[in-house]
Design a protein around this ligand. Structure first.
Ligand code: PAF
Length: 288
């Protein structure tokens, strides 16, 4: 799809987007970027709503970035719903949807220069998905260079991603402020995710194990790390269809695992496979 739907202009090329944004900036407008891979849900719309509060012009990028999927991952099956996504963005005041092809983003095919996520990028999600965060940072770096936004908005559900993007912006002196919006959940606590659409009713029910684990971890927080880890992992005992990948407690400042006797603010990260669908979630806790 190219062109306009209601007030939204769908822009497939870098050159056109830059031209449009230059005009808006010349008129004094500030710009916010909401990077997405499409298959939009209410969690994305919360990012857009926040972006609207922060800047005059909101750009939503929709690009399923092949660089952040490893061999055997769900790149081919990742939902691509551009028309519905553009419809969903027509209401909330988005001016531009940047929807490039892979050839537009990576015209030379294999990318020669990539960003490297470093030590934290090889832990947790990075350990299960080698290269994922290098690919993610590379495309986010490109998007920040293309859009040159005053602010970019990310979701807390991808807590490790947020940490790494913030560090990259800091390390590379990128003049964009990074804003984070709390995770949007279903009424029963399931974190919204584009991958939830793959869950059949049985797996949808089983997916609640992640939030149950986070609640159990939070309830045990005053008893210290060992209890948090034990209670969190115990939530995974009941479901044959749910395989725990990791449940870790990290320091929010460093994103490294906390010490055994740690006290104070921490973040519990959890990832699990529910049927064939990989889900992640996290929660802030206070270790006592
Ligand atoms: O969070 C996502 O959807 C993606 O990792 C992002 C930030 C759009 C980069 O492809």
């Amino acid at each position: 799809m190219t062109g306009s739907t209601s007030s939204v202009r769908v822009v497939p090329t870098i050159a056109e987007l830059r031209e449009q944004l230059a005009e808006r900036r010349a008129a004094g407008a500030s710009v916010a970027l909401v990077p997405t891979m499409g298959a939009l849900h209410a969690g994305h719309l919360a990012l857009v709503a926040h972006a609207r509060e922060l800047a005059d012009v909101v750009v939503v990028s929709i690009f399923v970035n092949p660089l952040q999927f490893g061999p055997g991952e769900d790149l081919d099956r990742y939902p691509r719903t551009l028309d519905a996504d553009v419809e969903a963005l027509a209401g909330p005041g988005v001016e531009f949807v940047f929807a490039p092809t892979a050839a537009e983003m990576y015209p030379n095919g294999a990318v020669g220069t990539t960003l490297t996520a470093g030590r934290v990028g090889s832990l947790y999600e990075g350990a299960s998905r080698p290269g994922h965060f290098d690919g993610m940072l590379t495309v986010v770096g490109k998007l920040l260079n293309i859009v040159r936004p005053d602010v970019a908005v990310f979701g807390q559900k991808d807590a490790q991603q947020v940490f790494l993007v913030r560090r990259m912006v800091d390390d590379l002196d990128v003049p964009t402020s990074i804003e984070v919006v709390p995770t949007v959940r279903e009424a029963d606590g399931l974190a919204l995710s584009s991958r939830n659409r793959f869950l059949d009713p049985g797996h949808r029910a089983a997916a609640l194990t992640l939030i149950e684990a986070l609640r159990a971890a939070d309830a045990a927080a005053s008893d210290g790390l060992a209890e948090v880890l034990a209670e969190g992992a115990a939530a995974f005992g009941d479901h044959d269809d749910v395989t725990l990948d990791y449940l870790v407690v990290v320091d929010p400042e460093t994103f490294l695992p906390v010490a055994d006797d740690a006290r104070g603010p921490a973040v519990v990260l959890v990832a699990a496979r529910v049927g064939s669908t990989r889900l992640i979630d996290n929660a802030a806790i206070t270790l006592g």
